[in-house]
Every structure is written in C-alpha cells, then in structure tokens.
Design a protein around this ligand. Sequence first.
Ligand code: GLN
Length: 543
Amino acid sequence: MSKYIFVTGGVVSSLGKGITSSSIGCLLETRGLKVTHQKFDPYINVDPGTMNPYQHGEVFVTDDGAETDLDLGHYERFSSACMGKDNNVTTGQIYYSVISRERKGDYLGKTIQVVPHITNEIKDRILKVNKDNKYDVTIVEIGGTVGDIESLPFLEAIRQFRKDVGRENVIYVHVTLLPYIETAGELKTKPTQHSVAQLRNIGIQPDILICRTQHPISKELRAKISMFCNVDEEGVIQCEDASSVYEVPLLFKEEGLDIIVMKLLNLRFGKQDVSAWEKVVERIKFPAKTVNIGIVGKYIELKEAYKSITESFVHAGVANNAKVHLTWIDADDVIKHGAKKALEGVSGVLVPGGFGSRGIEGKIEAIKYVREKKVPFFGICLGMQCAVIEFSRNVCGLDKANSTEFDEKTQHQVISLLESQHGVENKGGTMRLGAWDCKLVKGTHAEAAYGKELISERHRHRFEFNNDYKDRLTKKGLRIAGTTKDSKLVEIVEVTDHPWFVGVQFHPEFKSRPLCPHPLFRDFVKASIEKNGHEKGKKAKHA
Ligand code: GLN
C-alpha cells in the first residue's frame, strides 16, 4: 500500500514547508524508498505561468511543460523525483475541471458543492500522482497557512483522505514557528498551540511538528509542546536555521525524523547512506576558493525570481570546490554608470531569462563589454537572445538589430516570433514549453561540457533566433553550437575567439542538482575562476 505524508504550515508563511517536504523526501530516499511529491496551491490562477514574478517568484518548468510553483524545483533538487503536470495543482485547476464537467452534464443535475465535489476532485488528484503505484511514499504539501479561507477545501480533503485509504497509511506533518521573545529570553509555544488547535478544529491531529526556531529547544519545552499539542515527544522536531538548505535533511536525520516517519507509516527500515549529502554540505561550508559572478537582470531585488539559477550556482560551486558569490546588477545601472563600473570585480557575467523590454539595452551593453574584454559569459533564454542582438549590432554592423518582442518593426529582426506562436492569443500555457532534444556540435564549449552529442533541456519562450541571419552572423564569428534535432531551431550560440561565451535558448537551471551539478553552470564557473586567477596574476606582475 502506498503511503502519504501531508505537510501543512501554521503561524506565518515562508517557514520553509517546501524545504521541509523536500528534506523528508530526501531522507526517505537515502533509506532506499521511492518518493514522489505534490504541491497544492490554493490560489485561483490555473498556474503561476501568467503571474508577475513580484507576486510569485520563479516559475519552475517541468519536462512535460508544466509551469509550476518553485517548490517543485526543490523537490527535484532534493531527490530523484521527476515532477510534471500532475504534481502541482491549484484551486483554479480544481474548479476548472469540476465546472467543465458540470457544463458537460456529467453530474446528472446534482447541485455541485465544495463537499463532496471539490474535495473529491482534490482527492482524485492526490491519487493520480501515484496511479501506477511506482512510489512507496507521496509527500503532499498544502500551500498557504492553516486558517486561510482558501486552504479549507484542501484541508478538508486531506482529512477525508486518511479515512479513505486507511489510518495507517497517512501522517500529517505540521510546520510551525517558535518565536523567540528577546525581553523574556524565551521561545514561545503559544502560536504553535493555536495553530495546532486550528488544525484540530478541522479534524486533523498532526503526528509530527517541525518547529522552526533560532535557538535549540530544551527537553522541557519539547515536553510542553508535546503535551499541549497532543503529539508524541519524539514527533516534536527541532529545525534550527541552517547555513545551507542542503543541510536540512542532515539536521532532520539527527532529530530522528526519518525513523519516526517510517515507524508511524509502518515502513521497512532500509540501510541508510547520506554520505553524498554530507559531502555536498562539507563543500558548501568549507570551499577552497571564492569567485564573484555578476547577474545582470531586472528583478535583482527579488532573488526568488531566479531561485533555480542561484541554486545552480551553489551546485556549480560544489563541483569546483568554490564559493560562488553572486553580485546582482540592475541592467539599468549598466546604462547609468557604464559597463566597466557596473561590472567591476566580477569574473563572469550571467544574463538570465525574462520578458518585456525593460532593462534590455543595459543587458546588451553588459554583453558587449564582456565579449570584448573576454570575460566569461553565460546567457539564458532572453540572455542568449540579447547576446545575438549585441553581436548583430556591434560585430556585424546590423545597426537596428533587435527582437520583435521589443521592436516589432525593426529592420533587422534577428530574434523573431516562433512559427508556432503566430496566432496564439491566450497567454496561459501557450509558450514553447518543456523538454526538447538538442543536438550539439562537436568542438564547442557546450559539447565539451555535456560530453555527449544529444541532450534534453527545458524551454519557456515565444521568440527564437532568426535563421535568415545565420550566415551573416556565423561568418563574423558567432558559432551555432546546438540546434533541435531537425536543425530548424537554434538552441545554443557561442562566440569563437573568446574563452567562454555561451548563450542557450533553454533553461539549464531547471535540471541542476546538488548531487549532479549542471555541466554548463559547472564550466561557466570554472572559466570564471580561471579568469579570476588570470586577472590576479596580471595584477601581481604589475605590482
Ligand atoms: N521573452 C523571451 C521569449 O519569450 C525570453 C523568454 C525567457 O527568457 N524565458 O522568447
């Protein structure tokens, strides 16, 4: 029988339910169990694909082309679980399918209600992720906080779910906060008690409490929480702030979390191996060197919008035994202060994906500088498109070269709308999305990094390299390093006569893992470290 772990949160948001769920998955996997994840988001949008990054942060893209919550990125990074369309479900999707069925007449004239129709749809979605019985455990995270009006149908559904599949097959984990009150010099348990009381009101008694805290929890405090919240003492798990998210599974292991989960769910204890994770954490905590990489973007005050990119740099740091320090550079500052000043002190520059024209000219200016000064460059999606525009303008003399996304009537449309995008009106879920195979060209940086000729990467874009300009650009030293299998779409460009200048139309950041760093991020960081060494050598010579 498949087992289920439901993860809820209380007291405040941003307690790290995603990292908690991921870490539980990670630990169970180190015990030899097969794990999958699901996230319910109580908002009414069908998916986050159309939401403003200021509201939602990064949109994580899966192989099957779903635009999902960034927590799915954590799930994939902490385990070998492969996420897809069924693994992120929103209130919008639930109502959408219930209402569509009602319109078709499937309910035979019944009154459609939250209970049972909406809750049944939620329960069906939970069962769907493990319909082939491939996994031992499904970990389901409920977005939002207990007490939110919009979470209620999900909580009611997971309450019923335990009754449906048997009590021994379900546990509830509640993530909560123990605030530290400076004047009293104490951690306070009352908010946790209230939050658990609220869950109990709905009919859910948590089995495990994950207590976020800035100070260790004393034995007495554990006993108190256990008594007031009606949770066994061993189920009160301390979760202190960690220096790296990848340390959380190890901290949970010390607390015996995997043992209690397996006991409660009657799962067989496999032999455990956490050595790979220990190595990763060791490298993150004690790197041999530091390298400074500049990210030129427009949401720089909003790091959550680039979550997978920042994580990919952590992984690439592990691969290079280095701490990758990220300097966030506002694209507009490149115009205001000039590229030399704005990029001072960075040994490599990344321009990430994005939409809309704000900041474009600053990104292009930064790319011109790093191309000329031979600073390693990595362009992702929009970053790659900007690199093509820059090369067209400044190397090929195509003065007004641009993307039709920013200037529809420009004379040289070096980046233009994908053919499949003509006539597309709906904004939601209509981009070129998900995994596509890409053929690499021998002798390129890309091929050297991947070490093979056929790769698969995830996409999320509407515009592409315009093949009409291929000859003119390649003649001047732009190299096409990867295309779709049919050779029709350009997926990777490189600048020859440069130590490391790579632009990719896809999003490699979605596939990087701490245990398996992405080859392009790895090699970009390596090239940046080399550049740094080179600069230092030059300075020493002059001194
Ligand atoms: N705006 C560009 C496009 O739609 C790039 C998208 C992206 O960077 N994800 O093609």
